[in-house]
Write a protein that binds this ligand. Structure first.
Ligand SMILES: [Zn+2]
Length: 273
C-alpha cells in the first residue's frame, strides 16, 4: 500500500503532464459522469492534489474529480491520444493538446463542486494531510491531546487516517523512533517534551521522505541496495525492516512486532516505556 509521500510523488507526475493546460478531450466510462464530460472540454486543469489516499483533480469552472484507487486503480501519463496496451479497463481520460492522464480499473470516481468537497463522505472523515504544507507541529500536538485521540495507543493512532491522513506503516515505525517514544504508549501518557517531539516527527519524517524523493540518508552515507520500498524507490529506514540490526543510537538490537496486523519496528532500549 503506498503511503503519503509515494502518493504525492505520483500526483506530482500527473500534475506535470496536465496542470495549467486546457482539456481537449475528456472521457469517462461511467454513464453518470459521461454526461458531464463535454462540459469540461475547453477548461484548464488547475491542480492535482492527494488527500490521504484520494486524489483530487480541480478544473476551471468550479468542478473537481474525486478518485480513490483502492487496491486496483492506477493512473498513467501518456501522449494525447495514446492508449497503452493493457488488460485493465479505462475509466477516465483527461487529455490536453500534448499529454493525457488515464485512470484504469478504479471504481470510486465522482465529480463534485470544488466548494463542497469538504462534505464528501470519505474526505470528511480524514484528518489533515501530513504533507499539507500549511499544517504546523502545534496543530498536530493539539490533535494528539484532544479528547478523541489522547487515549489511543500510538501504534494504532498513527495508522488511523482520521487522525492524520497520509501516514502509513513504514512512516509509523520511523516517526516513533525519531520521537523516541514507545509504540504502546498513549498521547496522554507522554510528557510535554515527548508530545512536542512526536508532533515534530509526525510532520518531519513524511516531509523528508517526500522531499528527498525517497532517498533519505546522511551526507556521504552509502545506500544499502536492499533498502527498498515499493516501485524501486529508495528510502533510508532507520528501524523499519531492520529487526536484529543494531540501533544507530544505542547499539541494542532492533525488534519487530505485529501491531494491528502490520509490521512495527522499534528499539527496545531507546523506546522503552
Ligand atoms: Zn536504541
Amino acid at each position: 500500500m503506498p503511503e503519503g509521500p509515494e502518493i504525492r510523488r505520483a500526483a506530482d507526475q500527473l500534475a506535470r503532464a496536465v496542470v495549467g493546460k486546457v482539456l481537449e478531450n475528456v472521457w469517462f466510462a461511467f454513464p453518470e459522469l459521461a454526461l458531464q464530460a463535454a462540459g469540461l472540454v475547453g477548461r484548464r486543469v488547475l491542480a492535482i492534489e492527494p488527500h490521504g489516499k484520494a486524489l483530487l483533480t480541480h478544473f476551471e469552472g468550479g468542478q473537481s474529480l474525486y478518485s480513490h484507487n483502492q487496491l486496483y486503480g492506477v493512473w498513467k501519463v501518456t501522449r494525447a491520444g495514446d492508449r497503452p496496451q493493457t488488460t485493465r479497463s479505462l475509466r477516465v481520460a483527461l487529455e490536453t493538446r500534448s499529454k493525457g492522464i488515464l485512470l484504469y480499473s478504479a471504481s470510486d470516481i465522482e465529480l463534485w463542486p470544488t466548494q463542497r468537497l469538504s462534505e464528501h463522505p470519505f474526505l470528511a472523515k480524514l484528518g489533515p494531510d501530513v504533507l499539507d504544507a500549511r499544517l504546523q507541529p502545534m496543530q498536530v500536538a493539539e490533535r494528539l491531546l484532544g479528547s478523541r485521540f489522547r487515549g489511543r495507543a500510538l501504534s494504532a493512532l498513527l495508522l488511523d487516517q482520521s487522525f492524520l491522513a497520509g501516514m502509513g506503516n513504514y512512516l509509523r515505525s520511523e516517526v516513533l523512533f525519531e520521537a523516541v517514544v514507545a509504540p504502546d504508549l498513549r498521547p496522554r501518557d507522554l510528557s510535554t517534551e515527548q508530545i512536542e517531539a512526536l508532533a515534530d516527527a509526525l510532520l518531519a519524517v513524511p516531509r523528508r521522505s517526500y522531499a528527498t524523493r525517497g532517498v533519505a540518508r546522511r551526507r556521504g552515507a552509502r545506500l544499502r541496495p536492499d533498502l527498498q520500498v515499493d516501485h524501486g524507490e529508495r528510502f533510508r529506514f532507520r528501524v523499519f525492516d531492520r529487526a536484529g540490526e543494531p540501533c544507530e543510537a544505542c547499539g541494542s538490537l532492533l525488534e519487530r512486532s505485529d501491531a494491528g496486523g502490520r509490521r512495527l519496528y522499534w528499539c527496545p532500549r531507546c523506546q522503552a516505556c
